[in-house]
Design a protein around this ligand. Structure first.
Ligand code: 2NL
Length: 348
């Protein structure tokens, strides 16, 4: 190869190479440029291979030029490569950017069911007075649900019309949680102070104020020397704890086979304080049934009615929740409509 041609090729390749390298836009293009400038078939390589046939002076001079061209191209390639690597990283950072100041998507909090809220408020009042919580089966036998409670065989509650029997003879869905208290008394000696919250079942046509399942809290205190005034004082403390310190209770005679005497308990209205309003009508809200435990019931549980006396009471949780939260349709408690349930977010 003519030395002048070789020089022209080397200088041309250097100029073309520096331009091509500067024009690359990606790491792949850099690799392609490197092959076309310094690869085996590149013009620079051809010159390099022909150097051996030149005169010593020309070979020395062109050899130096060839090395300079290669160093210049190598340096330009490396510089461009690191520039492109840097911007690839920039691009990645830009695409993956997270704005940590954006408000998060808030998960909607759940809420306790209003019946759960009211049940635990009621139970808490009594556990603070020293009562224990008792639970029992929802399928009961005739003894615990009726017989032990002094409910006679011909009582209407016992008919298929009012109770929900299952297809095992002698068993039914419990109609009150009294059965739990009978079990408690059978299992331990006095003193007994228990509350029994839970689901109970009645055979009733469902409407705004009736369902076939509802919830109850019953309470029971058996000890030596328990009197009717203990019953009244306890229920008064309960009414004040649940509905405010101004509340009073009113007792009217009533009949339940498992108590004697029995009464119906009303609480002075928490809205009008007994004057009469939209919530209560005449100033009083009837909330509980109660009474002194019938001696027959104590005897049925193995207690000596000459030595021990006791009181008992029962209330419907739905009824308490309805007056407390101004709910007029019982079905709202059982339908699970979130528009109703979310009103109780944060209530506890
Ligand atoms: C009501 C009436 C009442 C009782 C429940 C009871 C339990 C035992 C012995 C005696 Cl083991 N009594 N419970 C007494 C009077 C009334 O509930 O209206 N419940 C919603």
């Amino acid at each position: 190869m003519d030395p002048a041609d070789a020089r022209r090729i080397l200088e041309g390749e250097r100029d073309r190479g520096l331009q091509d390298i500067a024009a690359t836009a990606s790491l792949e293009e850099i690799e392609q440029a490197k092959v076309s400038l310094l690869g085996r078939k590149a013009p620079w390589s051809e010159v390099q291979r022909s150097l051996g046939q030149l005169e010593p002076d020309a070979r020395r001079e062109l050899g130096r030029l060839s090395n300079e061209v290669k160093s210049a191209l190598d340096a330009a390639i490396e510089e461009r490569r690191s520039a492109l690597e840097g911007s690839a990283e920039d691009e990645l950072l830009r695409d993956d950017r997270v704005d940590v100041t954006l408000p998060g998507r808030r998960p909607r909090p759940g809420s306790l069911h209003p019946l759960t809220i009211v049940q635990s408020q009621i139970v808490d009042v009594f556990t603070r007075m020293g009562y224990r919580v008792a639970e029992g089966p929802e399928i009961e036998d005739d003894w615990h649900n009726f017989e032990a409670l002094n409910i006679p065989p011909d009582h209407p509650a016992r008919t298929m019309k009012d109770s929900l029997y299952i297809d095992v003879p002698g068993l039914l869905l419990r109609t009150e949680t009294s059965a739990v208290q009978i079990r408690t008394m059978e299992a331990q000696d006095p003193p007994v102070y228990v509350v029994a919250p839970g689901r109970v079942y009645r055979r009733e046509a469902a409407d705004a104020t009736h369902g076939s399942v509802f919830h109850q809290v019953e309470g029971l205190a058996v000890d030596e020397g328990i009197s009717f005034s203990d019953l009244k004082g306890t229920l008064e403390a309960f009414a004040k704890a649940l509905f405010g310190p101004e509340r009073r209770v009113r007792l009217n005679p009533d009949y339940f086979p498992f108590v004697e005497p029995g009464c119906q308990v009303a609480v002075s209205c928490f809205l009008c304080d007994g004057v009469g309003c939209r919530v209560c009508g005449n100033g009083w809200i009837e909330l509980l049934g109660a009474g002194m435990i019938h001696p027959k019931v104590l005897e049925n549980c193995g207690y000596d009615p000459e030595r021990y006396t006791g009181f008992a009471f029962g209330m419907g949780i739905e009824r308490v929740a309805m007056v407390r939260y101004g709910v007029h349709d019982l079905r709202l408690f059982f339908e699970g409509d979130v528009r109703f349930l979310e009103r109780f977010e944060g209530v506890a």
